[in-house]
Each structure stands twice: as C-alpha cells, then as structure tokens.
Design a protein around this ligand. Sequence first.
Ligand code: NDP
Length: 445
Amino acid sequence: MNTERIMSQLEKKHPGELEYLQAVREVLESIEDIYNQNPQFEAANIVERLIEPDRILTFKIPWVDDNGKVNVNLGYRVQFNQAIGPYKGGLRFHPSVNLSILKFLGFEQIFKNSLTTLPMGGAKGGSDFDPKGKSNNEVMRFCQAFMLELWKVIGPETDVPAGDIGVGGREIGFLFGMYKRLTQTHVGVLTGKGTNWGGSLVRPEATGFGNVYFAKEMLKTRNLDFNGKTVAVSGFGNVAWGAIIKVNQLGGKVVTISGPDGYIYDPDGISGDKVEYLLELRASNQDIVKPYSYKFTNAQFFEGKRPWEVKCDVALPCATQNELDKQDALNLMKNGCICVSEGANMPSTPEAIEIFLEHKILFAPGKAANAGGVATSGLEMSQNSMKLTWSANEVDTKLHDIMCNIHQACVKYGKDSEGTVNYVKGANIAGFLKVANAMLDQGVL
Ligand code: NDP
C-alpha cells in the first residue's frame, strides 16, 4: 500500500473534506505494515474499497416552525460498510454537520463497531438542523420530516441508526414514532429508545461508562487506578455525564466541564447534586456551563478557554472533534497528565496525538475508548431480536467485558518491543483485520 498515493487521489476526489481525509490518513498510516505483510489485501484492493462509502443519501427536509415559517435543512445518511453486520451509527443534528464530518464519523464507525466484537457495519447520518432553542413541537416536526426520507433506507437488518450530538432520547422517540407510522411495524430500527418501548437499560450512560472502563484498564497496565485521581472532562452532554458518574464511583474527582463558550473549574469536584443540577439545566435547553458558576461559588468560569490548562492526572475529552490541539496537549504534559481517553470522536488533533505518543502516556483514541455506546446499542439490538429485556446489571457487566476485550485487542496489536502500547495503532489494526477478512470472504462487491 502506498499511503501517499492513495491520499493524494482521495484529496483530488474529495477536496476540502478535511475531517474525512484526516480520519482516513490516520487509519492508513497505522495499518500500513500489517497490510503489506498480507498481500491478499492488496490483491483484492481492500483499502481503496474501504475508504469510500457504499452509498450516501442526501435529502432536503422542509419543516414548519412555531411561527408558521417554512424552513429547509439538509439531511444525510452515509452507509459506509456492512461487511460484518447491518450499517450502524448515530445521527447528529448540529449546524456544523456536513458531508466531510459525516464521512469521517462513518469511516471511524467501521473500525469502532468491529472492535466491539458485535456484528455491526459502519454508518453515520444527520442534519445541519440545530435543536438548540427550538420548542418541543418544532423538534418533533423536524424529526418527523427527517424520517419521511430516512425510513426508505433503514431497517432492523439493514441499517440501525442511533443518537449522537443533538440527538438524544427525545429525538429518537420522535424519529421512531414516525418510522412506526410509515411502516406499520414496531421493530428495533433505532437504538437509544425509551426503556418501556424497546430501549436498553444503561444505554444513555454507556459511552461515558465505557470510556472510564477503558481508562481504568489502561491505568491498570501501570498499576494505577482512578482512586484519588484528578480528572478533567470536556463538554457536558450525554458522554461527559456518564463519564463523570463513573469517575466519581471509582473514587476520582472531576474538576472541569465545558461548553462552546468556555469551561468551569470546580476544585471541590463535580458530583452528586451538582450533576443533577447540570441535568436540570440541560433538560430545560439552557446554557449549562455559566450558570453552574453562579450557583456553586467556589467554581470559576473561564470564558473562551478549554479545560486542558488545568492540572489533572486524567483527561477525558467528551465534547466534539478537534477540541484538543498541540498547545493543549503540551499543557497537559507540563501539568503531569498521565492518561487521555477520548470520549468524543477524534477530539485530539493529529499534532496533539503526536505529543501524547512522544511522551508515552496512556492515550486511547475514541474509536476504542468510546465504543461502549455503540456496543450497548448492539446489546439493545440483541434484546430487540430476542424480545427480551436484560437488567441494568447484566448490560453493565457485558459492557464492562466488551471494554476489557477491546483493551486487550489494542494491547495485542499495539504493543512494541519495549512493551509500550500504541493504542491508536492497536485499535486501527484490530478493527481493520476483522472487516478486511470479511470483505475477502465475501468477494469483490
Ligand atoms: P451532546 O450533544 O450530548 O454533548 C456535546 C457536549 O459538548 C455539550 O455539552 C456541548 O455543549 C459541548 N460542546 C459542543 N461543542 C463544543 C465545543 N466546541 N467546545 C466545548 N464543548 C462543546 O453529544 P454527545 O455527548 O452525545 O457526544 C459528544 C461526542 O461523543 C461527539 O463527538 C460524539 O460523536 C461522541 N460520541 C457519542 C456517543 C453517544 O453515545 N452519544 C457514542 C460515541 C461517541 P452545548 O450543549 O452547550 O452545545
């Protein structure tokens, strides 16, 4: 494989799709050696078949707001690869959504889903619709209009979307309701559903829990644990919330959360009632970061800044892509951070990752560390197929086992001769091999 040649062709075909090109380059660079040691991959041109999605659906979404104004948004579903199972990946509603971001997320999802050991292919979708500031009825009408197109290409054995940024339990409910109406079926076509109509217990907190389980396994390799550790978290969405709960349960202290406008530093730790208060703010669709500092006066708000300048042992970036750059990575290293585990997708820039690898800290890429969310979605699909419901404890135990297995797979393929584990390499190789071998088995398609 000639990575530079492939990348230059891809750049010509998809100019300006920076996130997508960044994600493909990272994977190709990690798998180059193993790819070249297995000539059957090159003979079947696996890489060039893998880096382009199977298909992309683009559609317009006209919908009427509360003032009677007709709005038009764009919707997408990128079905990337289904070698090991039905397409699976979240829907994102955010004004920044474009094809480059969804292709990067869909591409990453292939390897992440492969790592979970469950039978799921890779996909992603969403819209440039911004749920922020919209009424409940507006969100409902938008979700219904979105599903009016999406239902044609999804199904429980074909493509099973889930939530992502801007798509939580409420949106999944509205989307599911419309799918059910259109198809007259009540099937497991979406995950993240309400628990009294097919959802799995522990799914809402699974990504954050899984991220902390993964970090716990990494710390264990150096005979360390979360007890007494200071932890910096970014964001305060679905992923950050689960991570904060689990860190507290394991005896760590979370000192930051963030939003697009800045971050909170709370030296007393963010736990218990404080987390409940944040959830209330979130449910009422308000800004959540600033009001926290008015209510808890020991906490400080740092406008326009990111939490990576705070002294911490462990950093969990849980907000969005490219939210931790080279300078942030240098700050973390200067302040003695020993572990960075990505809750978000691709939150660290390539330059930041280089710094982590140079310093040989414990660094886990999102595709391994945040795979607990989709893994639990996979468990939700299993429960839907069996028409059974597992207890929270059963799901959590399975999630924990899956995260430990992903960690082991990363160690297997990422450990060098000196015993240092490169989790980026390990995750990419482990995820790639399973998909590539399935593609070989199934012929040229
Ligand atoms: P949410 O929308 O629930 O939360 C995102 C959080 O990040 C919000 O608190 C948001 O603040 C904040 N945020 C957004 N942009 C910025 C920014 N530029 N700087 C700082 N904070 C910001 O999304 P999720 O928690 O679901 O997803 C977060 C990340 O995790 C994404 O990368 C997603 O792809 C990834 N992920 C999510 C999974 C899931 O199960 N939900 C599974 C695997 C990965 P505000 O609300 O004020 O905008």
